[in-house]
Design a binder for this molecule. Structure first.
Ligand SMILES: Cc1cc2nc3c(=O)[nH]c(=O)nc-3n(C[C@H](O)[C@H](O)[C@H](O)COP(=O)(O)OP(=O)(O)OC[C@H]3O[C@@H](n4cnc5c(N)ncnc54)[C@H](O)[C@@H]3O)c2cc1C
Ligand code: SF4
Length: 339
């Protein structure tokens, strides 16, 4: 049986109280919202904080507000709530879908949007017990000096497996970050960095206080597709979010984001040159799928064949694009994967 390490439990009642605690104890605290990722990681001794700081009493962090600039979501909004919130289902359906594909119902009831965004990266050599990891000499991300996936690598390439992050990037969402010193806003795309040891820009003492879905992304064509071993519970082996602003059948702007391959979701480059000002017909869909295949190179950071994951990239890109455009899946692609 895996037990929790010793820690002191802190449950602030307001954001000010929370930020004051984090400022007084930089680097000694782990923030916990739903705990669905943090608690298993604590049991594996992946985090060994002095303080566990629970957000569950802070009502200020749980809200859904429509404003002039878009829809603002508090980080404590649960994944279940995201799947049901009328404004999200109506205006940002790919986000509701992605939230509904996370884990299973109990975990979605507890798991929050903030926790999903700030999810720790995952790797075959990291999400293991202390005993397992020490037998291999640990690794770069925790307690060791070598990466077992890219042995000469200086950066961790563990996978960021959040289902909502690729959709939020495709929708050009923003994150508000707060600390005792003040607040700043960054795009969700810039929130992430390509190093799995700590794959976001949060400094010690900072937390996520708001996620904004911009008004300009309301009602645009979106699709989200997830490849996973089983139809429930499992993290993605690959995830694809597609968003396109269409005008009179012509694509004005398109974004394609590929998740679960590396520490940072990858925004496929060059889409505007490829499909901007054109209809998204079969040729355009194939061109985007080819671009994604060329730009995405899976590594063996999770226990699934990297070549197979690579071959699935264009299949799932086509699926996500067809979903966004309201087209039925192609028969050959429906048969290409079992999920
Ligand atoms: C069996 C299983 C299957 C899962 N499958 C999936 C899946 O398919 N897809 C998926 O995306 N996830 C999956 N998860 C992971 C997890 O359940 C979800 O990502 C969930 O949304 C995490 O939210 P939480 O509130 O529980 O986060 P926590 O566990 O509370 O926190 C996760 C991380 O986020 C940080 N954090 C939380 N809130 C904030 C904040 N406001 N500001 C700064 N940092 C914050 C914490 O410090 C911690 O590092 C799975 C987990 C399990 C156990
Ligand atoms: S990618 Fe390398 S450094 Fe990162 S968790 Fe895996 S083995 Fe460790």
């Amino acid at each position: 049986m895996l037990t929790l390490p010793r820690f002191e439990w802190v449950a602030p009642a307001s954001v000010d109280e929370l930020l004051a605690h984090l400022a007084a104890h930089p680097g000694e605290s782990l923030v916990v919202a739903g705990g669905t990722d943090a608690v298993p990681n604590l049991k594996h001794r992946l985090h060994e904080p002095r303080y566990l700081v629970h957000l569950g009493r802070i009502a200020q962090l749980r809200f859904v507000r429509e404003g002039a600039d878009g829809l603002d979501l508090g980080p404590r909004v649960t994944l279940t709530q995201l799947t049901r919130e009328p404004a999200i289902v109506r205006d940002y359906p790919a986000l509701a879908k992605a939230a509904g594909l996370v884990a299973g119902p109990q975990l979605r009831n507890m798991g929050t949007l903030g926790g999903n965004l700030c999810l720790d990266t995952r790797c075959t050599y990291y999400n293991q017990t202390w005993f397992w990891r020490q037998a291999l000499g640990f690794c770069l991300k925790k307690d060791g000096v070598h990466c077992h996936v890219v042995p000469q690598g200086k950066r961790c390439v563990a996978a960021h497996s959040s289902d909502t992050a690729p959709v939020l990037i495709a929708l050009e969402a923003e994150v508000e970050i707060a600390s005792h010193a003040g607040r700043r806003v960054v795009s969700v795309e810039d929130f992430f960095v390509a190093d799995g040891i700590h794959n976001n820009v949060l400094a010690p003492g900072e937390i996520v206080t708001r996620i904004r879905l911009p008004r300009r992304s309301r009602g645009i064509a979106t699709g989200y597709q997830k490849l996973r071993p089983r139809g429930a519970i499992d993290f993605p082996m690959l995830s694809i979010a597609f968003a396109a602003r269409m005008q009179a059948g012509v694509c004005e702007q398109a974004r394609l984001v590929v998740g679960a391959l590396a520490a940072k979701p990858r925004t496929v480059a060059g889409l505007d040159a490829l499909v901007g000002g054109k209809p998204l017909d079969e040729a355009a869909i194939d061109a985007v799928a080819r671009a994604a295949y060329t730009q995405c190179k899976p590594v063996i950071n999770i226990p699934y064949d990297q070549d197979w994951r690579h071959e699935m990239v264009p299949v799932f890109v086509r699926r996500a694009m067809r979903e966004a455009l309201g087209l039925p899946p192609r028969a050959a692609e429906a048969m290409a994967v079992a999920s």
